[in-house]
Design a protein around this ligand. Structure first.
Ligand code: ASP
Length: 338
């Protein structure tokens, strides 16, 4: 797949899509802590239509795979990992898994994290030996006393855990890198650089939430660079009592505001997923004069199955599986040049 242009890539997919957001119901406790400015929408009590899966971008097959797994009774975490692995294995996706664009020295290095219903989490960073990094992150969570393994250590652990060693650099990505080397300027412009990390949140038939986030990071990044995607609280965070959030886009900016954690905490204090995503984006743009130069997008889901999403620039969409329908959902954006 050619490097995608943010502004161009989803305009067509957004046509006719729905964006139905309802307000998050509030507990009495929440009512006490909400600020008046958060009281934008009427309160409602709602039961989720289980199961539900949402993911970043128009990763139709990945989200459908997760939805099907959930329909078949699989738990949230398993479904999320199955879902995102579709993109980890998709050689045409140059931003996730095998086939990802390499760093500036030609190494494809992958980052991923997972978070389970009970609050456990695992992450791997800078892994170049296997494309199954979300599954590997789960192994770190389940089979080690640690939360994060990086580089060589993560690769040794992968081998010990039975992950087959793969060459992640495809001929196509290698050619793109060799072309880039001819004038190797690194300027991660939003509409030129590829930012299509897959972050996914799933709610299973029991109403339990889990999530996974997996990426090859920014194209032609510095060797050793890690973005937000494998960082719990930044690329992904959830609290099974409240909801979850995932991020895609310029990871450095997400890390600075601990974006996904922020969204979950805003929801905890009574905000709808939509308002929480908007607030998290506003925190970034309000402090950053250069926001016009980069994209960030968040998606979120609360315990009632209500979802929200927001981004800086036009062009980002979300997949949503609910009521056995898997659809691409329009996402509103902050920067609307007049
Ligand atoms: N957030 C990722 C990173 O900064 C990039 C992306 O979403 O594509 O590594």
């Amino acid at each position: 797949m050619k490097r995608r242009k943010f502004i161009q890539n989803t305009a067509a997919g957004a046509v006719g899509a729905t964006f139905a957001m309802t307000a998050m119901a509030c507990t009495d406790e929440n009512k006490k802590t909400r600020k008046p400015s958060q009281d934008k929408k009427p309160m409602s009590k709602k039961m989720p239509n289980l199961p539900i899966a949402i993911c970043t971008w128009q990763f139709t097959n990945a989200n459908k795979t997760a939805g099907d797994a959930l329909e078949n009774g699989k738990p949230a975490l398993e479904a999320a990992i199955e879902g995102v692995s579709i993109e980890e294995q998709n050689l045409k996706n140059t931003t996730v898994g095998k086939g990802g664009i390499p760093d500036r020295q030609g190494n494809v290095t992958l980052d991923a994290c997972v978070m389970a219903t009970n609050g456990d989490c695992g992450a791997v960073m800078a892994v170049s030996s296997t494309s199954h990094v979300a599954a590997l992150a789960r192994k770190v969570m389940e089979d080690t006393p640690h939360v994060i393994l990086v580089g060589e250590g993560a690769e040794e652990f992968a081998a010990l855990s039975g992950f087959e060693t793969e060459d992640l650099l495809t001929e196509e990505s290698k050619k793109a890198w060799q072309e880039w080397l001819k004038s190797p300027e690194y300027k991660p412009l939003i509409n030129i650089e590829n930012h299509d990390t897959i972050g996914m949140l799933t709610m299973d038939k029991k109403g339990d939430i889990a999530g996974a986030c997996t990426s090859s990071g920014l194209s032609y990044k510095m060797k050793g660079r890690v973005g937000d995607s494998p960082i719990i609280g930044s690329g992904l965070f959830l609290d099974n009592e409240i909801g979850g959030a995932v991020a895609t886009g310029m990871g450095e900016e997400v890390v600075k505001t601990v974006g996904s954690f922020l969204i979950v905490e805003l929801m905890r204090n009574g905000m709808s997923p939509q308002d929480a995503c908007e607030e998290a984006i506003k925190r970034i743009v309000n402090k950053n004069d250069t926001y016009k130069d980069f994209q960030i997008a968040y998606i979120a889901m609360n315990k009632m199955g209500e979802t929200g999403a927001y981004c800086i620039h036009e062009g980002f969409t979300m997949m949503k599986y609910e009521n056995k329908i898997n659809e691409n959902v329009f996402v509103d954006f902050y920067h609307k040049p007049s």
